[in-house]
Write a protein that binds this ligand. Structure first.
Ligand code: ADP
Length: 476
C-alpha cells in the first residue's frame, strides 16, 4: 500500500516484532490491512531504558538543533501527506479529505513546538536579600509516556511528542491498537528526519501490560493520555505511587447552543462541522444541541436538509462525508442512544438507524424533542446523532449546558455582543467556539475542565507540561 507501512515496533532505533500479533482491519470493509506485534511488559521496560539513555544528549542539544529535526519531521509529514492520509483512512475510516486535513494538523504540532523550543524562557527575579540573585530555569521533565486513541491516529500523537521532543524529553508511545499504522509511519519519518535513536519508542500490544509498566516506572516522569475518562482515571490512580505529572484529555459532552439572534445558516454549517466530522467520533463533537424556542423549528428544518445531503460511504470513495464507525460497539452505542431517546418521547427527523451499506455504518441522524433526562444528553454518543433540545431563556440554556461532569468544548451561536460575553464566561468548558463549529489548531490551548481532564495541548502553554521549573538562588 505504501512504503510507510511497518508491521513492527520501534524500540531504541530498531524495528522489533514478537510472537503474538494484533490484526488491524479497515472499518469500512472489514478487510485486514496488516498486523502489528502484541508486545508487553518486557519490551516496555526496554523502551523506557532506551529513552532514559537517549535523553541526556538530546536535552543538552540546543533548542535550534532540536527544532531543526522537528522541522524536517514536519516537512516529511507534509511531503507524504497523501500516503499518510490514505493509511489513516484505511485503518480509521474517516473520509480521505478529513484524513489529509488531519495530517496537516498533526504536522503543525511538530512545526509549532519546534519553534516554541526556542522560546522556553526562564526568569530572573529581584533577590530577597542584597547578596542573593534569583534565576528560574526550565528543564525537560524526563522520560514521557504517551498513550493515544484511535479517533485521530496522527494528531493525538504529534501534539504529545511534538512538545515532549521540543522540550528535550524522550518518549515511549503506545498508540491505539485499532490504528497503529499511522503511529508506526510517524516512527519511520522521525528516523528519516534524523531524530536520534531511543528518543521516540513506539510499542503496540496489551494496553494493560504496557500501561502498567509505564505508570509504575519511576523513570517515566510524565504521562500524557488521550482517551476515555474511565481509563484516564485509572491511569491517574496508577501514577500516584510515583507522583507523575499528568496530562489527561478525556471525554466531553459538548453543548451546542443556538440563540434566537443567531445566523441560522451559519449555525447549521457549524453544527454539521462540529457534530458530523469524523462521523461524530471526536471528543469535541457537539453532543447536545440546545435551540431557543423561537428558532427551534426553523433550525431543525435547515439542519435536517443539510444532514440529508451528507454522503455515507467508504472514506476512500469520492464524495464521502461520513465514514464508518470504528467498531460494532460504537454502532451499538449510537443505536442505544436513539432507542432510549425515542422510548422517552423523542422523534426521529432523519436517519435513526444503521445504514444499509455495511455493518459499521450509522445513518446521520437528527432527533427532536430530546430532554435533559435522556441517555443521549448525559453520555457522549461518539456517533453521527444530533439531539435537539428546546430551551426558553439564556439562563436555562447555560444551566442545562453546564449540567454535566464534563467540560471540554462548548459552542454557541449568537450575535448580541453582551450575550456573547455573558455566555462565553458562564460556560464551564476549556474551549468555547462562538459562531464557529471548528476550534482545533496547534496555536491554541486545547484541554478540558472538570472531568474532561488536566493540562493543555497546543499553543505556548502546551510545552509547559513537559518542563520542570528549577529555581537557582545564587549568593554573591
Ligand atoms: P477509546 O474509547 O477512545 O478507545 P480508551 O481509553 O479505551 O478510549 O483508549 C485510549 C487509549 O488507552 C488506547 O491506546 C488504549 O489502548 C489505551 N488503554 C486502554 N486501556 C488501557 C489500560 N488499562 N492501560 C493503559 N492504556 C489503556
Amino acid at each position: 500500500m505504501t512504503d510507510l507501512l511497518r508491521e513492527a515496533c520501534l524500540i531504541d532505533g530498531a524495528w522489533v516484532t514478537g510472537d503474538a500479533w494484533i490484526t488491524v482491519d479497515n472499518p469500512a470493509t472489514g478487510e485486514t490491512i496488516g498486523r502489528v506485534p502484541k508486545l508487553g511488559a518486557a519490551e516496555t521496560e526496554r523502551a523506557i531504558a532506551a529513552a532514559e539513555a537517549a535523553m541526556p544528549a538530546w536535552a543538552a542539544a540546543t533548542a535550534k538543533e532540536r527544532a531543526t529535526v522537528l522541522r524536517r519531521f514536519f516537512d516529511l509529514m507534509m511531503q507524504h501527506q497523501d500516503a499518510l492520509a490514505e493509511l489513516l483512512t484505511r485503518e480509521q475510516g474517516k473520509p480521505l479529505a478529513e484524513a489529509k486535513g488531519e495530517i496537516a494538523y498533526a504536522a503543525g504540532f511538530l512545526e509549532w513546538f519546534g519553534e516554541e523550543a526556542k522560546r522556553v524562557y526562564g526568569e530572573t527575579i529581584p533577590g530577597h536579600a542584597a547578596d542573593k540573585r534569583i534565576v528560574v530555569l526550565k528543564q525537560p521533565i524526563g522520560v514521557v509516556a504517551a498513550i493515544t486513541p484511535w479517533n485521530f491516529p496522527a494528531a493525538m500523537i504529534t501534539r504529545k511528542i511534538g512538545p515532549a521532543l521540543a522540550a528535550g524529553c524522550a518518549v515511549v508511545l503506545k498508540p491505539a491498537s485499532q490504528t497503529p499504522f499511522s503511529a508506526l509511519a510517524l516512527g519511520v519519518l522521525a528516523e528519516e528526519a534524523g531524530l536520534p535513536k531511543g528518543l521516540l519508542n513506539i510499542i503496540t500490544g496489551s494496553a494493560a501490560a504496557i500501561g502498567g509498566v509505564l505508570t509504575a516506572s519511576p523513570v517515566v516522569r510524565k504521562l500524557s493520555f488521550t482517551g476515555s475518562t474511565e481509563v484516564g482515571a485509572m491511569l491517574y490512580e496508577q501514577s500516584a505511587a510515583t507522583i507523575k505529572k499528568l496530562s489527561l484529555e478525556l471525554g466531553g459532552n459538548a453543548p451546542f447552543i443556538v440563540f434566537d439572534d443567531a445566523d441560522l445558516d451559519a449555525a447549521v454549517t457549524g453544527a454539521i462541522a462540529s457534530k458530523y466530522r469524523n462521523a461524530g467520533q471526536t471528543c469535541v463533537c457537539a453532543n447536545r444541541l440546545y435551540v431557543q424556542a423561537g428558532v427551534y423549528d426553523a433550525f431543525a428544518a435547515k439542519l435536517v436538509k443539510a444532514v440529508e445531503a451528507l454522503k455515507v460511504g467508504d472514506g476512500m470513495a469520492e464524495g464521502t462525508t461520513i465514514g464508518p464507525l470504528i467498531d460494532a460497539a460504537a454502532v451499538a452505542k449510537a443505536e442505544e442512544h436513539v432507542a432510549d431517546a425515542t422510548a422517552h418521547g423523542a422523534t426521529v427527523l432523519t436517519g435513526g438507524k444503521r445504514s444499509d451499506i455495511g455493518d459499521r455504518f450509522f445513518a446521520p441522524t437528527v432527533l427532536a424533542g430530546v430532554t435533559q433526562e435522556m441517555l443521549i444528553t448525559r453520555e457522549e454518543t461518539f456517533g453521527p446523532v444530533a439531539p435537539l433540545i428546546r430551551f426558553e431563556t439564556d439562563d436555562d440554556a447555560i444551566a442545562q449546558a453546564n449540567a454535566t461532569p464534563f467540560g471540554l468544548a462548548a459552542y454557541f451561536y449568537a450575535r448580541d455582543l453582551s450575550r456573547v460575553w455573558r455566555v462565553a464566561e458562564a460556560i464551564e468548558a476549556g474551549i468555547v467556539g462562538v459562531n464557529t463549529g471548528l476550534i482545533s489548531t496547534e496555536v491554541a490551548p486545547f484541554g478540558g475542565v472538570k472531568m474532561s481532564g488536566l493540562g493543555r495541548e497546543g499553543s505556548r502553554h502546551g510545552i509547559e507540561d513537559y518542563l520542570e521549573i528549577k529555581y537557582v538562588c545564587l549568593g554573591v
